[in-house]
Design a protein around this ligand. Structure first.
Ligand code: ADP
Length: 302
């Protein structure tokens, strides 16, 4: 059974359509990403899923529950961290967790939760004195304190430095490893690529594709890209004649070649036959960025 089902969700604010038609389902135990640029309708979608907003059309269910009609039952099994937790500045970490724990029928114990999420030494620190990364740890802890089966994490790492972002990613993996299904909203490609088992790419209120990160990346039409500075003039027609090569672009003295299959071997053996050395060679696998551009026609995610 799918843990989350979204079928033809439609949501308007007045006359403005925030979500045109969004469908996806999330299986038990996965980290499922909802990825798309700002304004795509991601937050509206998860707000409908968590019962915070009524849908104007379509159907959503979480663990077989209707988020509006079964709101009280859903609250016991769904942990939600939405953008801007908005806790009072003076509230201490332990107090916040104990307060939230009191809202649930079967909360987890606060002390081991703080330990697990690296907050034990901040138990008596006030919210306003936490760093951005620590606030996000607390947000995850608050989403977990009710002992949920599913958690929704929305733009968890926005504004964090790369180190804090990476340690937050490890926490999300820990949450999943503890048997909790995770729905992760993000506009960071790298985050989606690193964390998600599958993801829905959303643009302008519509699902563009649902796939694994690797599956999505390969929809961009390229699977690999090489970039280097040839040590001697290189006739690009020879490159284009290789069946593995799909694109050739120059960036000053550097050449960038996109393609599929055994691209690297095909290009390096051509270079070897011509006695050309590939200086500063970089090889990259296709990324979600490429897929995003190919699937939506936009040049960037934000
Ligand atoms: P995302 O999370 O992908 O950035 P949102 O769901 O926040 O997208 O927003 C989708 C669209 O709905 C945007 O055009 C946004 O301006 C609009 N929107 C979001 N929340 C509201 C609201 N409370 N009232 C009116 N319009 C809104």
């Amino acid at each position: 059974m799918s843990v989350i089902e979204v079928e033809h969700l439609h949501k308007r604010y007045g006359n403005d359509v925030a979500v045109h038609d969004v469908s996806f389902s999330v299986e038990e135990g996965e980290i499922f990403g909802v990825l798309g640029p700002n304004g795509a309708g991601k937050t509206t979608t998860v707000e409908c899923l968590s019962g915070l907003r009524p849908a104007d059309g379509g159907r959503v269910s979480v663990l077989g529950l209707d988020p509006r009609a079964d709101r009280d039952a859903l609250r016991q099994v769904l942990g939600v961290q939405l953008q801007e937790s908005g806790l009072p500045d003076k509230l201490k970490v332990r107090e916040a967790l104990e307060l939230y724990a009191s809202f649930y029928e079967r909360p987890v114990e606060v002390a081991p939760l703080m330990e697990r999420l690296g907050l034990a030494d901040k138990a008596d620190t006030r919210f306003k004195n936490l760093s951005g990364g620590q606030k996000q740890r607390l947000a995850i802890a608050l989403a977990m304190v009710g002992g949920p089966k599913v958690v929704i994490l929305d733009e968890l790492t926005t504004g964090l430095d790369p180190h804090a972002r990476r340690s937050t990613w490890e926490l999300v993996e820990q949450v999943r490893d503890a048997g909790v299904t995770v729905l992760l909203v993000t506009h960071f490609m790298e985050e989606a690529e690193r964390l998600c088992d599958r993801l829905a790419l959303i643009d302008s209120g519509r699902v563009v594709a649902v796939d694994t990160p690797a599956g999505l990346a390969s929809r961009g039409g390229q699977t690999q890209r090489m970039r280097f500075r040839p040590s001697a003039p290189l006739d690009e027609e020879l490159l284009r004649a290789l069946p593995e090569v799909t694109t050739v672009t120059w960036h000053g003295p550097q050449i960038e070649i996109g393609g599929t299959g055994n691209l690297v071997q095909a290009v390096t053996s051509l270079l070897a036959r011509r006695h050309i050395i590939a200086a500063d060679l970089r090889v990259e696998q296709a990324s979600l960025d490429d897929a995003f551009i190919a699937l939506t026609g936009r040049d960037e995610l934000v």
